[in-house]
Ligand binder design. Sequence first.
Ligand code: PCA
Length: 324
Amino acid sequence: MNKLAGFAASALLALGLATGATAQTWDMPTPYSDAVFHTQNINQFAADVKEATGGALQITVHSAGSLFKHGDIKNAVRSRQVPIGEFFLSRLANEDAAFGLDSLPFLAASYDEAERLWAAQKPIITELLARQNLMPLFAVPWPAQGLYTKKEIRTVDDLAGLKFRAYNAALETFATLVGASPTQVEAPDIPQAFATGQVEAMITSPSTGVSSKAWDFLTHYSPINAWVPKNIVVVNKKAFDALDPEIRQAVLDAAARAEARGWEMSRAEADAKTAILAENGITVVVPSPELLDGLKQIGARMLEDTLASASDEARAIVEAYRGN
Ligand code: PCA
């Protein structure tokens, strides 16, 4: 009896060790808060990976820049401080314009255009990231970007002089071109930046307007639908290659599902979150033709300036996108 119990105990131990040896936890830094649909989609991705691998790979999501600041996430994955992470793709535009094309005004302003742009970007971005030992897993767009202000904006000239919140270099250029003064502010810091008067206007999605409670500090929202920028989830290639083949496949399958689900979530967000802005007292203003014309001229100039110094890769994306 004792012998049998002893045998059972050591068998259990061996089993435990075997499971322990293959079970892995991946820390995953992300920039946006838990209430944001991107984070919810990533939480589902993590749950799918855990289920498909029987717990052999568990992804712990660290949201809202809590593990690494947004600007440090890419390099943290590159240097394998963490195996996986999420960031706003166009923040890499300073490395190559190919990464920033989804944040140029009116190049791709609807979901259908955004899908075509991503199809053109994906193979080239995959190659560019591979040089840094990174592999994209999935990319998901924010709803089209709209204009938040404290007054009605009828023409581009009405934006002059405003203290403008920016989230990347393109938005900084945009603000400068309209005569506003840009300040970089991460999404979780928006309420604080408005409360302290650091900024007084912004361009972002209805999702971010709602998650930052724009009605506490702004009065007008205009769905100019100027661009559809994406978040991307990347994995360190060495960390990925070190996984067992079945686990690698489970990650890729969950990633494909996350990309499809994320685009669906994003499409559903645009109207739902605009309605929440209105319910909370924000005046939703249909943009005037004059405003849209002015914005489109700025977009055309930004594209021209971008292409003037862009890599062959970035040009190839624009050509493929336009040729479609
Ligand atoms: N929300 C993020 C990026 C784009 C968006 O819609 C932000 O405002 O930082």
